[in-house]
Design a protein around this ligand. Structure first.
Ligand code: HEM
Length: 499
C-alpha cells in the first residue's frame, strides 16, 4: 500500500535500512534501549526534518524532531488524540483513566486533578508529608552506611515516591513493598512490549497468564483505594452517599476526594486513581535514580551542589532549613539545573505517540492524513545537537544557567516545552511537573548534603576502566535495568570509615 503522507507533493525520506515489507519493524522488535538509540541515530542523520516510518503493527506514521512540529501536535488536542492504537494496547491496565482517556472523560479527570495540584497542597507536601517519609529513607541509608551494605537506590527512591503519593493523594500508607507495586512493574513492562511487538496478542494468548494476574492485582488495588475513601467520607459526612457534602477543607482536599467529587462512576474513579499513581510514582522515582547515578559519575557537580547549599543556607549543620519557599528552582538553581540536565538525558517517558483524527498540515509542510500516527522520541530530542549544541552528549548542568554578576544571582534558563517535552506541553501537559520538581530539589539537596554515594559496577568493569553507560529496562517508563546498587556513607560518619 502506497503511503499518502507528503511534503510539498513529495514523499518523505525514510530512515536508512528501511526494508521493502518489514519497513522499520525490525527496530521495534529489539529491546527498547536499542530502539531509543535508533531514534538518536535517525535524528543525527536528518536533524529536524520529519521522516516517515513504516512498522507492520503501526498505522502509517511519521517521526518528528522539530519543536515547531511537536508544538503543533501538543496544541492541537482535538486533532491528535491518544486514539485506538494506544487504547487497545493499554486498555486492560489503564481502563478509562486519564492516561488513556480523550474527550469529556479526559476533561473531567484533568479538572479533578487540577483542583488537587494547587500551591496549598504542594506546600503541605513539601513541609508536612515529605519530611517524615524522607526521615525513614535516611534511616535506611544510615543503616546501610553503618553496616557497609550495598543498597539499591532505585528501590529506596521508589519506596519514597510510592509512600509520598499514597499519603498526599489517597491518605493511605503505601510502601513499595505492597504486592500491587510489583504487579504494576511487571504489567508496565508487558504493556510497553505491546507497542513494539506486532505479535503481542498471540504471545499473550499462550504466555499471558502472569500478565492477566498482575493486571487483576492492580485493578483490585485501584478499587480498594476507592472503597477506603468512600468509607472515610461516609464516616465524616453521614451514611447516605447522597448526603456526602462536597469536600471543602483544603487539607482534606486530596486527590481521591477531588475525583469522587467530580466523577459518579466508581469504576472510573478507581481507574483514574490508578492512573494518577502510575503517572506519578515511577516517573519521579526514576528521574531521581538517574540524577543520583549521573551525580555519582560527576563528583564535580556534587561539589557544586554542596557549594550552592553552603552559600544559600549559611551556617546549616545537620538538617537544611528546607521549606516550600526554599525548594523552588529559583532558590536553588544549580540543583534545578542538575535535575533538568538529568531529565534531558533520561526522560522518564522516552517516546510519545499520538493518532490523527483529521488530516493536518505541519509547520514544516508535512501533510498527514486522518488515522496516521505521529511519534517523537523525547530521548532523542534531548540529545539533539541542533537544540543543545555540539556538546549535547556532555553532562553539563551549566547549560541551564544564566550566569549571575555582582548584582544578580545565578538564574535558571527556561526552555520551551516543545523543544524539551519531558513533561509534555499544551493542554495535556503533565499535571505533576511542579510536584516532581519540588520533590526532586528537596530530595537531591537532602541526600547530597548528608551522604556520599559510590556506584557498584558490574563484574565486567575492570578497575580503572570507564564503566559502561547504564541502560534502561523495557517498560512504559524508564526504570534502570538491574537497579542502582551502591555503597552509601554519611558525611558526618567517623573518620576512617570510607566508601
Ligand atoms: C519527573 C517526573 C515526571 C515526568 C518526567 C512526567 C512526564 C509526563 C509526560 C511526558 C506526560 C504526558 C504523557 C502522555 O502523553 O500521556 C505526563 C502526563 C501526566 N502526568 Fe506526569 N510526569 C512526571 C511526574 C508526575 C507526577 C508526580 C504526577 C502526579 C501524580 C504526574 C501526573 C501526570 C498526569 C495526571 C498526566 C496526564 C495529563 C493529561 O493527560 O492531561 N506526573 N507526565
Amino acid at each position: 500500500q502506497r503511503s499518502a503522507i507528503r511534503r510539498n507533493g513529495k514523499r518523505l525520506p525514510r530512515p536508512p535500512g528501511t526494508l521493502p515489507l518489514a519497513g522499520n519493524g525490525i527496530w521495534f522488535l529489539q529491546p527498547r534501549h536499542k530502539l531509543l538509540d535508533w531514534f538518536v541515530r535517525c535524528e543525527r542523520l536528518v536533524g529536524f526534518s520529519t521522516f516517515e516510518i513504516s512498522v507492520p503493527s503501526l498505522p502509517p506514521g511519521i517521526v518528528i524532531n522539530d519543536p515547531a512540529n511537536v508544538e503543533h501536535v501538543l496544541k492541537s488536542n482535538d486533532i491528535f488524540i491518544k486514539g485506538e492504537f494506544f487504547r487497545i494496547r493499554s486498555w486492560d491496565l489503564f481502563g478509562n483513566g486519564i492516561i488513556n482517556a480523550d474527550g469529556e472523560l479526559w476533561k473531567i479527570q484533568r479538572k479533578a486533578g487540577l483542583r488537587f495540584f494547587n500551591n496549598a497542597n504542594m506546600k503541605i507536601l513539601v513541609e508536612d508529608v515529605l519530611p517524615p517519609i524522607l526521615a525513614d529513607t535516611e534511616e535506611s541509608l544510615d543503616n546501610a552506611s553503618r553496616q557497609g551494605n550495598v543498597m539499591d537506590l532505585q528501590i529506596v527512591l521508589l519506596d519514597l515516591t510510592t509512600r509520598l503519593m499514597g499519603n498526599i493523594a489517597y491518605d493511605m500508607d503505601m510502601p513499595a513493598s505492597l504486592p500491587f507495586s510489583k504487579s504494576f512493574d511487571f504489567a508496565s513492562g508487558a504493556i510497553g512490549e505491546r507497542f513494539q511487538n506486532p505479535f503481542w496478542k498471540a504471545k499473550e494468548f499462550i504466555l499471558g497468564a502472569s500478565l492477566r494476574k498482575a493486571i487483576f492485582d492492580v485493578k483490585i488495588f485501584g478499587s480498594s483505594i476507592v472503597s477506603a475513601a468512600t468509607q472515610k467520607r461516609k464516616v465524616k459526612y453521614g451514611s447516605s452517599e447522597n448526603n456526602i457534602a462536597k469536600n471543602s477543607n483544603p487539607v482534606q482536599n486530596n486527590l481521591i476526594n477531588s475525583l469522587l467529587d467530580h466523577i459518579d462512576d466508581h469504576q472510573v474513579v478507581a481507574d483514574a486513581a490508578m492512573n494518577y499513581l502510575s503517572a506519578g510514582i515511577d516517573t519521579t522515582a526514576q528521574s531521581l535514580t538517574w540524577t543520583l547515578y549521573l551525580l555519582m559519575r560527576h563528583p564535580d557537580a556534587q561539589e557544586k551542589i554542596l557549594s550552592e547549599l553552603r552559600s544559600t543556607f549559611a551556617g546549616a549543620k545537620d538538617d537544611l532549613p528546607l521549606s516550600f519557599d526554599t525548594v523552588q528552582p529559583s532558590y536553588l538553581p544549580y540543583i534545578a539545573a542538575v535535575f533538568n540536565e538529568s531529565l534531558r538525558f533520561y526522560p522518564p517517558v522516552p517516546v510519545e505517540l499520538k493518532e490523527s483524527t483529521a488530516e493536518t498540515t505541519f509547520p514544516d509542510g508535512t501533510w498527514l492524513p486522518k488515522g496516521s500516527v505521529v511519534m517523537w522520541a523525547t530521548w532523542a530530542m534531548g540529545r539533539s545537537k541542533n537544540t543543545w549544541g555540539d556538546d549535547a552528549d556532555e553532562f553539563r548542568p551549566e547549560r541551564w544557567l544564566i550566569a549571575g554578576d555582582e548584582y544578580e544571582a545565578l538564574a535558571l534558563k527556561t526552555m520551551s516545552a516543545f523543544a524539551f517535552p519531558v513533561f509534555n506541553g499544551g493542554p495535556r501537559a503533565c499535571l505533576g511537573k511542579k510536584m516532581a520538581e519540588l520533590l526532586a530539589i528537596h530530595v537531591i539537596a537532602s541526600l547530597i548534603w548528608k551522604y556520599d554515594f559510590a556506584e557498584v559496577f558490574d563484574k565486567e568493569t575492570m578497575p580503572g576502566e570507564i564503566p559502561k553507560e547504564r541502560r534502561s529496562q523495557n517498560s512504559l517508563t524508564l526504570p534502570m535495568e538491574g537497579g542502582l546498587p551502591c555503597y552509601v556513607r554519611r558525611k558526618d560518619s567517623r573518620p576512617g570509615e570510607s566508601l
